[in-house]
Structures are given as structure tokens and as C-alpha cells.
Design a protein around this ligand. Structure first.
Ligand code: PEP
Length: 254
């Protein structure tokens, strides 16, 4: 029997909101956000803002948070790297892996993403594996191949039990930060591809896996996207930076 899928509303702040702005954000967001028992809300601030986020949400255990990236190695001479094992001490319980900006700007490969998933799981963090195609890949008919490859290679180093602990985010690269959103039908099609691929992978609970949509989600389109078949929540960049806009997104589908 598959687990029921609890919706997740996730905010990726990227390189925005340092410690001071983080405190101010939570001060405006927290009173506007009514705790939901039917959904999980999680914010991924920049690593340097994790302690400020933790301090600002103390007393609000419903506001979860995570790290945007970790190093592939456990520890050592990797200047500027963040070891997954260092993260839980901040109170963070989640971690992103494979965001397209990491793949594009820092050259993260599918194998790197797999190693990062291993590190996150070793540290007891809940990973979100991000996958998605470029416009060129979509227009040349390679959507399915790209998603299958990204998932297969990232899952390769994970054992069966660990695989069942992942959350997935389908994020078409052409919709990230561009204002161009996938239609609900596009999202449903891609989510079905992701779920089909999970059904082929040893140890994955395809029907029980939470798959988020990400790419220019905003208050104006959140309801339509959440209503799309197989969309279990959202990963939001730009529209999560404003407390009112993020509160409105987190109230959707309730
Ligand atoms: C993201 O960074 O994961 C994202 C989806 O960004 P945006 O919402 O700004 O497109």
C-alpha cells in the first residue's frame, strides 16, 4: 500500500535574503500564515541565513527549513563547501539536490547529484531531487529521455530503503525565473513521466512519492497548477521572496 501524499509548499530563496532580511521576512510571514495540518511548508534560505531562520521560527515547528546544496564529500579541504553532516545542528531538516542553477552554474552532474543525495540521507535530511528539461531538449522531443536519465543516474547510488525517502521536484528549466509557466497539462504530463520512471526503479513507491512543480509559480497560477493531475505541491523561487505572496501561495488548495 502506498503512503498518502502530503502536499509540500517549498520556497527556494536562492542567493536572496541574508540573515537580517530573513528575520524580517519571518516576522511578516509567520503571522499571515495559518498552520496547516494537511500540508508541509518548507523554506530553503541561503546557508548563511539558516541560523537566523531557525531563531525566527522557534515556536513555529510547522515552518520547516532546509539547505539549498551540500558538498559531495563528507568533509575535508573543500573551501566554501558545506558538509551535509553540519546541517542538522542548524535545525534544518531538508536539502535540495540537482537544482538546474547548480547544474548550469556549478556543473553539477547527475553523478554529483546522486552523491549529494547519499550525503543528505546519511545526515538524516529529507532530500528534494530536482529534475527538468531545457527548452531545446523539450522542443527536440527529449523530455522523457532527459527526465528518465536524471532520475536513473541520481538514484543509482541509493539503496532501496533510501529511495523511498525522496521528494521530487519537476522544474522545466525554461520556466525557472522566466515568468513562463508550464501549463497545468504540461505539468501533468511531466509528472506522469516522473511517476512512471519511479515505478520502474527498485525501492521507489511511485504512487506514494510527492512530486512538486516548480517554475514561475505565483499566487495567480498556484490553484490551477495544484489542480493538475499528479502535482503534489510546488517549489517556488521569485514569488516566495515576498512574505504576502508566499503566504498566499501557502494558503492554496486548502
Ligand atoms: C526555483 O528556483 O526552483 C524556481 C522555481 O524559481 P521561480 O519560481 O522563480 O521560477
Amino acid at each position: 500500500m502506498s503512503q498518502p501524499r502530503t502536499p509540500v509548499f517549498a520556497a527556494n530563496w536562492k542567493m536572496c535574503h541574508g540573515p537580517v532580511e530573513t528575520g524580517a521576512f519571518v516576522g511578516r510571514f509567520a503571522p499571515r500564515h495559518v498552520r496547516r495540518d494537511d500540508a508541509t511548508v518548507v523554506v530553503f534560505p541561503p546557508a548563511i541565513s539558516l541560523p537566523a531562520f531557525a531563531a525566527a521560527v522557534s515556536g513555529r515547528p510547522d515552518l520547516e527549513f532546509g539547505v539549498q546544496d551540500v558538498h559531495t564529500e563528507v568533509k575535508g579541504a573543500h573551501t566554501s563547501g558545506i558538509a551535509a553532516a553540519m546541517v542538522p545542528a542548524t535545525g534544518a531538516t531538508w536539502g535540495l539536490a540537482g537544482h538546474s542553477e547548480r547544474r548550469r552554474e556549478f556543473g553539477d552532474t547527475d553523478a554529483d547529484v546522486g552523491r549529494k543525495l547519499v550525503r543528505l540521507l546519511e545526515a538524516g535530511l529529507r532530500p528534494v531531487l530536482c529534475v527538468g528539461e531545457t527548452l531545446e531538449e523539450r522542443e527536440s522531443g527529449r523530455l522523457e529521455t532527459v527526465l528518465h536519465t536524471q532520475i536513473r543516474e541520481a538514484l543509482r547510488p541509493l539503496d532501496r530503503e533510501d529511495r523511498s525517502r525522496l521528494v521530487y521536484a519537476y522544474e522545466p528549466v525554461w520556466a525557472i525565473g522566466t515568468g513562463r509557466t508550464a501549463s497545468p497539462d504540461d505539468a501533468a504530463e511531466a509528472h506522469a513521466i516522473v511517476r512512471d520512471r519511479l515505478a520502474q526503479a527498485d525501492g521507489c513507491d511511485a504512487e506514494g512519492s510527492v512530486i512538486l512543480y516548480g517554475g514561475s509559480v505565483k499566487p495567480a497560477n498556484i490553484e490551477a497548477l495544484l489542480a493538475a493531475s499528479g502535482v503534489d505541491g510546488v517549489l517556488v523561487g521569485g514569488a516566495s521572496l515576498d512574505p504576502e505572496s508566499w503566504a498566499s501561495i501557502c494558503a492554496a488548495g486548502g
